[in-house]
Design a protein around this ligand. Structure first.
Ligand SMILES: [Zn+2]
Length: 344
């Protein structure tokens, strides 16, 4: 029994020595000193011993226990000190290292373009107005001279929420809402930028979501020459003072007459190249004189008031201005693309 105890002591001390973490040490403590441990087991067999042997074995057993416990405690202190040391070493801050730059980001290219256009028109006395992207059929179509069965609606198929509520297909409803609010009591000179939606199949030049900026000027004696002057200023400021504009007849249900505006091609200077499809001109926007029926619906007397309206796509303008070849670049959030324009 004496040998057994000594062997246990040796074994336990070795295990304490080998333990490398507090968890392992605790396992050793439970295994050797616990109620079900081998030392306790040995002591249980003491009843079989002679009177003389009992105190000797008892003392030895207590001594073994004491030594194992002491070894565990001292090892525990050692491990704790080592762990603290390790933690301190890991958390040391080298104050001489250069700081890590925090990326600050910048406005999206489309945001920059929209803001540039806004500034330009604010400079000409226009106010900036916004409206809801989820619109009623009335404001999106009917108030703009597009009744339910109008064929021009086909060109603007969109996402419907209900039969009467839809994702707006253009920013024109903001004009209708503004005129409705003013009720023909004063003139209006505004632009409305914002996101619009169409049920288009996405490709290099089409996106189901895109941006639009529309402008409206209604007052007494607003003439087509005023429209031409405003558009000419816009084109020169946006694309360069040497750009020429031309107006071509077109059709929009809410303007009469309606025009498309082209600017002379910057690449070939009007000679004709692949960018302008050999025409020397690039289509930029649609415009026209507000249809008398639209004025009437908005509460203006068309005999007294007249006005012009125009609509353009900042996506297309950004593509032309910066040579972007695919509209989808604006919406796929590829940071490598967007970063190029942070200084723009
Ligand atoms: Zn060209």
């Amino acid at each position: 029994m004496k040998d057994q105890l000594q062997a246990l002591e040796k074994e336990a001390l070795q295990k304490v020595e080998d333990a490398s973490s507090l968890k392992e040490l605790q396992d050793v403590r439970v295994a050797y000193l616990g109620k079900k441990g081998p030392i306790t087991e040995v002591l249980k067999g003491m009843g079989k011993l002679s009177k003389e042997e009992r105190p000797v074995i008892g003392e030895l057993a207590n001594k073994v226990r004491g030594q194992v416990a002491e070894a565990i405690d001292s090892k525990k202190a050692g491990i704790e000190a080592a762990e603290l040391e390790k933690q301190l070493a890991e958390e040391t801050i080298d104050v001489t290292l250069p700081g890590r730059p925090i990326p600050t980001g910048g406005p999206h290219l489309l945001t920059s373009i929209v803001e540039e256009i806004e500034d330009l028109f604010i400079g000409m006395g226009f106010e900036v107005r916004e409206g809801p992207e989820v619109e009623t059929d009335y404001y999106n179509f009917e108030a703009l001279n597009l009744p339910k069965d109008h064929p021009a609606r086909d060109m603007q198929d969109t996402f419907y929420i209900t039969d009467e509520i839809l994702m707006r297909t253009h920013t024109s409803p903001v004009q209708a809402r503004t005129m409705n609010m003013i009720k023909g009591e004063r003139s209006v000179k505004m632009i409305c930028p914002g996101k619009v939606y169409r049920r288009d199949t996405d490709d290099a030049t089409h996106s189901h979501q895109f941006t639009q900026i529309e402008g409206l000027y209604v007052d007494k004696n607003v003439r087509m020459s005023d429209l031409k002057g405003v558009l000419d200023r816009f084109a020169k400021q946006m694309f360069g003072e040497d750009r020429e504009i031309r107006l071509r007849p077109s059709f929009f249900p809410f303007t009469e007459p309606s025009v498309e505006m082209d600017i002379s091609c910057k690449v070939c200077n009007g000679e004709g190249c692949s960018v302008c499809k050999r025409t020397g001109w690039i289509e930029i926007l649609g415009a026209g004189m507000v249809h008398p029926r639209v004025l009437k619906m908005a509460g203006y007397d068309p005999e007294e008031y007249s006005g012009f309206a125009f609509g353009m796509g900042p996506d297309r303008i950004a593509m032309l201005k910066y040579g972007v070849d695919d509209i989808r670049h604006f919406y796929t959030n590829d940071i490598r693309f967007l970063k190029q324009y942070h200084q723009a």
